[in-house]
Design a protein around this ligand. Structure first.
Ligand code: CU
Length: 239
């Protein structure tokens, strides 16, 4: 390979990679994070994005170089030399994706198991999804229910989730959690809220005509405010 070709390939690759990196980093793509798990999920996200940018730079460099350098000339005949496969290339582009996908799987498995492990003084909330509404029940308050998810800041939460009809998905972008609710199963997700505020809670699985309306809020409160709210709910259910 000529030295000029390598310089050209590298140059195009650096420019393509630079543009892709700017697109990834300059706009604020992610909402602010509001849970302890969010940082780890974001790490997986950026890990995958970095791999994508690398692959994109290589593919763009080879493609743009090939278009410029090997463009068919006017007097080219269609019956050129037959094209043969290249065993080394074939092995390379099979092995590299295998290694990358395996790395992503391992990183994801570590992150998910760490996110699950954060249990201690855990608050349980039962989440019920149905077309097209959410209900949150608090076992600590005689299963008092609420149409919005109220949570205390800084405490480990376990959501035990059931669906009454079709598959729904629990998604709070600021928590970075997404988990399906499947009829006949109890799925669960751990969250440790770290930021006081009100965040959108949406169904993230197309579940019917009203899917886009299936949204409510997750309200993260000061622990003391949450405790008195929970006490109130408990009293109102005594009846
Ligand atoms: Cu839904």
């Amino acid at each position: 390979m000529r030295r000029g070709s390598i310089v050209a390939l590298l140059g195009i690759g650096v420019i393509a990679g630079g543009v892709a990196t700017a697109v990834a980093l300059v706009p604020t793509w992610l909402p602010p994070d509001a849970s302890r798990e969010a940082g780890r999920i974001d790490f997986v996200f950026w890990f995958v994005i970095a791999i994508c940018i690398g692959i994109f730079a290589i593919v763009a460099a080879v493609m743009i170089y090939a278009v410029l350098r090997f463009r068919a000339q006017e007097d080219d005949h269609e019956d050129g030399p037959p094209i043969h496969g290249h065993t080394g290339l074939e092995i390379g582009w099979t092995a590299i994706p295998f290694v990358l996908v395996t790395a992503i799987a391992i990183v994801s498995a570590i992150v998910l198991s760490r996110n699950d492990a954060e249990a201690g003084n855990t608050l349980h909330v039962n989440v019920t999804a149905q077309q097209y509404a959410w209900t949150f029940a608090y076992p600590d308050a005689n299963n008092a229910t609420s149409p919005v998810l109220r949570l205390p800041e800084g405490r480990s939460i376990e959501l035990d989730m059931r669906s009454l009809d079709v598959i729904h998905a629990f998604f709070v972008p600021e928590f970075r959690t997404n988990e399906d609710l499947v009829p006949g199963l109890v799925t669960n997700v751990h969250i440790t809220p770290t930021r006081i505020g009100t965040f959108p809670l949406i169904c993230n699985e197309l579940c019917g005509l009203g899917h886009s309306l299936m949204r409510t809020q997750a309200i993260v409160m000061k622990p003391s405010a949450f405790d008195s709210w929970l006490k109130q709910q408990k009293q109102s259910t005594k009846g």
